[in-house]
Ligand binder design. Structure first.
Ligand SMILES: [Zn+2]
Ligand SMILES: [Zn+2]
Length: 295
């Protein structure tokens, strides 16, 4: 088995390119047996002018009306019919903010395999973004950002809606001087509670490779310290995600993630179907991806 990639943005996401079919083709070339699509669902009305839309057949469509989901699911089903040996899972990456739950309700009637949740923003500002992060830091300290972040993550987990938590220490990519150190050390005392809640809710902790191949960080989101802590607290359920925004990024750096997860005490990677654990694949059964050749 190859590690299933459980964080993928096809071109329904405004910031991604490559169709669902392109991804399926590339996954098969790499020898993958399973991938899960997790297109963005960013419903914050304050951010809607910038992020409140999806791309359907090349056109811009507002995302708050769930009718586009039929097209998304259809695209996955069509690709599935063409690649019967590759499991294609249906998911979303939902941006969590305090008022999201009521806005999300009409989206929950579809049959999802895996709903990934992320906290990208505090007070409607994208913390990891250079400009928006600087703007937020003129309003509050890194310690306050960490406590607001922890509060939102806990709420997201306790909502009972989601199956996986994406890129837990994602804000560490914000390069504002001194931010990363102060944010991470203020987050530290909140981590045992967050990780214990994840375990109790039966949710997966995501190990996200984008930190390494896109943001040039030495470690994934989250880093080895958090992974070891999670494992020592008895959390066993993890997924791997490239967070790819184009098909060539599928499964990138998964070898690095695998060795880090093993060193941190994890033994297996988990897959989901209909929001429930489907398979637990021991690391001993994992083989490397096939090399890809230029077209
Ligand atoms: Zn994200
Ligand atoms: Zn993502």
């Amino acid at each position: 088995m190859r590690i299933p990639d459980y964080h993928i943005h096809p071109d329904f996401s405004f910031d991604a390119r490559g169709t669902v079919l392109n991804y399926a083709q590339f996954a098969e070339e790499k020898g993958m047996e399973e991938i899960c699509f997790t297109t963005h669902l960013d419903l914050d009305p304050v951010r809607a002018p910038r992020e409140g839309w999806v791309r359907v057949n090349g056109s811009r469509v507002p995302n708050y009306n769930p009718s586009w989901i039929f097209k998304y699911i259809e695209a996955i089903e069509e690709a599935q019919a063409l690649f019967p040996d590759l499991k294609l899972k249906r998911g979303l990456e939902v941006d969590y903010f305090p008022e999201v739950e009521s806005l999300l309700e009409p989206f929950l009637h579809f049959s999802w395999d895996f709903l990934l949740v992320s906290v990208h923003c505090i007070q409607h500002l994208a913390v990891a973004n250079e400009k928006e992060g600087a703007q937020l830091l003129s309003l509050m300290t890194p310690e306050k950002i960490a406590s607001e972040f922890a509060k939102q993550v806990k709420k997201a987990i306790l909502s009972g809606i989601f199956h996986g938590l994406a890129h837990l220490d994602y804000f560490k990519r914000q390069n504002h001087p001194g931010f990363k150190e102060r944010f991470l050390s203020a987050l530290e005392p909140c981590l045992p509670e967050i990780l214990t809640l994840l375990k109790k809710q039966g949710m997966a902790l995501e190990v996200n490779a984008r930190a390494i191949f896109r943001y040039n960080l030495k470690e994934p989101f989250p880093g080895s310290h958090i992974l070891s802590l999670a494992s020592s607290l008895g959390l066993e359920t993890i997924t791997f995600g490239s967070d790819s925004h184009n098909p060539l990024e599928l499964g990138l750096k998964f070898d690095t993630l695998l060795s880090l997860a093993m060193k941190s005490g994890f033994k297996a990677v988990t897959t989901f179907k209909g929001g429930k654990i489907e398979n637990i694949i021991p690391f001993s059964q994992i083989v490397p991806l096939l090399p890809s050749y230029p077209a």
